[in-house]
Design a protein around this ligand. Structure first.
Ligand SMILES: Nc1ncnc2c1ncn2[C@@H]1O[C@H](COP(=O)(O)OP(=O)(O)OP(=O)(O)O)[C@@H](O)[C@H]1O
Ligand SMILES: [Mg+2]
Length: 675
């Protein structure tokens, strides 16, 4: 008896998979032909598959990994009392369940003896009926108790298992938040999602039912064998030789299943990763009319996935019928040999028929858990593969983490120093070379340079998203490597090239920087910054719902919301990595005004494309191929007539509307030091 509904580990390997597989196969091959890809090269087995299996540096597969099980057990440990209770109740259930064949044996023996008149004194028909009804009544009581226990076990085990699932997800989420940007640069979004969803789900069956299944089935197998021996030792010996056959079968199956399950899971991850990527980039997909191409690639991956499932189903399709056949052999032997023993009088006739029936039923009790173990093994395989990936993710050390004795950064003035910093996302390919500069508190530093020159990388290093390979970044004289991340980030504000707004209202998004701020404070900040009117002109003002990544908000509005968010946080150091997007003149003016307000009185690093912003910088760093090639104010740099002067000329040529003479005159007046 097993309280959980039995099912194979991967339902995709079930009956529905076959027709879908054929259809997917046709579409996939058509798509692949269109793409000039040979299906054979995309599908396993082949080197490509191996390469994919180890994609993202994932561990290749090992069947049952005791170390992994021990680690997973750590998640179960806090709930050990619940599990223990479940196991004890399960053991009681097994013992009660093993009594059922006895009742049937009694009834069979009593009725056969009654019919053949071997009971003395002979009971009347009514008495006999009453006796049988009594036995059935007792049996029903036993069954009712078993059913109640079963319900109890379901509740206990689900309760414990779901809590474990909760803990694993929480651990993963907490860990993901600690991981450095480099992890997110390297890892596909879909892969991360599948770690937290399908991989965690693959552990569910094992977390909920694992311990119970192992204990209950082992007990059932041992006790059923014992009861069979106690009931009829000759019948026991007659079927005992089937055990090694079962053992060999199981072993062979386990080996095959281990490989199959790893493939199934990998194939599935590739499908979901591809799906996630295409959904994330749906605008680009539509803009470049890549739908049918994408569908082709998706179908090839799907076809691969379906094929993997079918292969797994083929393995199951050999193993399960074979097990069924062994079960049938046992039954046939018991019935034939038992019948012979009874007929030839080698078993006492008064108990003979009943004991053969009991032996038959105990054999079934013996075979049932063996089949269950097969299913459980499938689930265990899926869980092993999922667990291995989850643990691999949990084992990843954040590249930028607080050192053990990191001290909180005290309130800062905003002095920033880059000391001979060399940095590369890949340590072997530096993108910043010996960058050295200093920003006094309250100064504004503008970063200027061609695309890909390293401006955003400098900003990322100040925010400690990455760690320089050489040199140091100091804030108020503290090496930011040795201060705690939260104390540093609390004093920094950042508006990135790719602004992100979370699902929710504008108000919630602004408050993200300071959750404790009241609505009045948010509105006050918007008014002080000059973004209030622009936000109020949105559909529902501060209550306007913005979608994921700020989908239904214009670029200008998004920037204003992000400015307000940064302004509310009131950081000492502010960094603006502006996107080169053009907005209408009115918005441009609002942005410009609020930006000036935002920059006031803080140390600021600005990657700006607005001439007026750059012009008023205390220092402009001209970056070229990761090196500072010029530095100085707008006017000193123009005088040098170097790279900056060229960039400025280009700027004037491309933005004649902004760069008219009056602006230059105005800026000369604003900066008396200018020539
Ligand atoms: N996450 C990343 N992983 C690996 N390389 C990166 C990453 N981000 C940037 N790079 C590389 O580092 C170099 C500098 O990039 P960076 O983003 O700092 O340039 P940028 O000056 O900000 O350019 P843009 O003006 O286009 O924003 C480029 O060669 C880029 O390809
Ligand atoms: Mg950039």
């Amino acid at each position: 008896m097993n309280p959980r509904p039995d099912r194979t580990a991967d339902t995709a390997a079930g009956a529905g998979a076959r027709p879908a597989g054929r259809h997917a196969g046709h579409v996939a091959s058509r798509a692949a032909r269109r793409m000039g890809l040979s299906l054979r090269t995309l599908l396993r087995p082949g080197p490509r598959q191996t390469e994919l299996i180890t994609e993202d540096g994932e561990q290749s597969y090992r069947p049952i990994n005791l170390k992994l099980i021990r680690r997973l057990m750590q998640f179960l440990k806090p709930y050990r009392h619940r599990y223990a209770l479940g196991v004890i109740v399960g053991m009681v259930m097994v013992l009660l369940d093993l009594q059922s064949p006895r009742f049937i044996g009694w009834i069979v023996n009593y009725t056969t003896n009654y019919v053949s008149g071997q009971i003395s004194p002979a009971p009347s028909q009514q008495q006999a009926m009453m006796k049988v009804a009594g036995i059935v009544g007792l049996w029903a009581c036993l069954l009712a108790t078993t059913l109640l226990l079963e319900r109890w076990i379901i509740l206990i085990m689900t309760n414990a298992g779901e809590r474990v699932q909760f803990d694993i997800r929480r651990a993963l989420f907490a860990h993901l938040q600690r991981l450095s940007m480099s992890f997110y640069d390297k890892t596909k979004f879909g892969r991360i999602i599948s770690r937290c969803t399908s991989d965690v789900n693959s552990l569910r069956e094992v977390n909920v039912w694992g311990i119970h299944t192992v204990v209950q089935n082992t007990l059932m197998i041992c006790f059923a064998a014992g009861m069979l021996l106690a009931t009829q030792w000759r019948l026991f010996l007659a079927v005992a030789w089937l055990s090694p056959v079962l053992f060999v079968l199981n072993r062979a199956y386990r080996r095959k299943a281990a490989v199959m399950h790893q493939r199934v899971r990998e194939g599935y991850t590739r499908v979901s990763t591809n799906l996630a990527e295409n959904i994330t980039g749906v605008r680009v997909v539509t803009a470049f009319d890549r739908q049918s191409w994408n569908l082709g690639v998706f179908n090839v991956l799907q076809y691969n996935n379906t094929e993997n499932n079918l292969r797994a189903a083929r393995v199951n399709g050999v193993y399960l019928p074979l097990l069924g056949f062994v079960g049938f052999c046992g039954r046939a032997i018991i019935l034939l040999y038992g019948g012979y023993l009874v007929a030839s009088g080698q078993i006492d006739r008064t108990v003979g028929v009943g004991s053969v029936v009991m032996a038959f039923l105990y054999w079934d009790r013996f075979m049932g858990p063996t089949l269950n173990f097969g299913n459980f093994y499938n689930q265990l395989m899926a869980a092993m593969a999922g667990g291995e990936r989850i643990m691999a993710l949990l084992d990843l050390k954040p590249e930028v983490a607080d050192v053990p004795d990191a001290a909180p950064l005290p309130p800062i003035n905003g002095h920033v120093r880059f000391e001979h910093v060399t940095f590369g996302y890949d340590p072997n390919r530096p993108v910043l070379h010996d960058v050295d500069f200093e920003a006094q508190p309250g100064q504004m530093i503008a970063l200027v340079g061609a695309t890909g020159s390293g401006k955003s990388s400098i900003v990322s290093l100040i925010a400690r998203f990455y760690q320089p390979q050489q040199g140091r970044v100091l804030v108020d004289g503290h090496d930011i490597r040795y201060v705690t991340g939260d104390s540093l980030h609390r004093q920094m504000g950042l508006v990135l090239q790719t602004n992100y707004l979370f699902t929710g209202t504008v108000m919630e998004n602004i408050r993200y920087a300071r959750p404790e701020a009241t609505e009045d404070q948010v509105i006050g900040a918007a008014k002080a910054l000059g973004t209030y009117d622009a936000i109020m002109s949105m559909q529902d003002g501060f209550n306007t719902q913005v979608g994921e990544r700020g989908a239904n908000v214009s670029i200008g509005q998004r920037q204003l919301i992000c400015f307000t968010r940064a302004f509310l946080a009131d950081p000492r150091i502010f960094m603006l990595d502006e996107a080169t997007s053009s907005v209408d003149t009115t918005t441009e003016q609002i942005i410009q005004r609020s930006l000036e307000k935002l920059l006031e009185g803080r140390t600021t690093f600005v990657v700006a494309h607005r001439l007026s912003t750059i012009q008023r910088a205390d220092c402009i760093l001209v970056i070229d191929n990761g090196r500072i090639i010029e530095r100085g104010t707008h006017w000193t740099l123009l005088e040098q007539d170097g790279k900056y002067a060229r960039l400025y000329e280009q700027f004037l040529m491309h933005k004649p509307d902004i760069a008219h003479a009056s602006e230059i005159v105005a800026s000369r007046q604003a900066f008396p030091g200018a020539p």
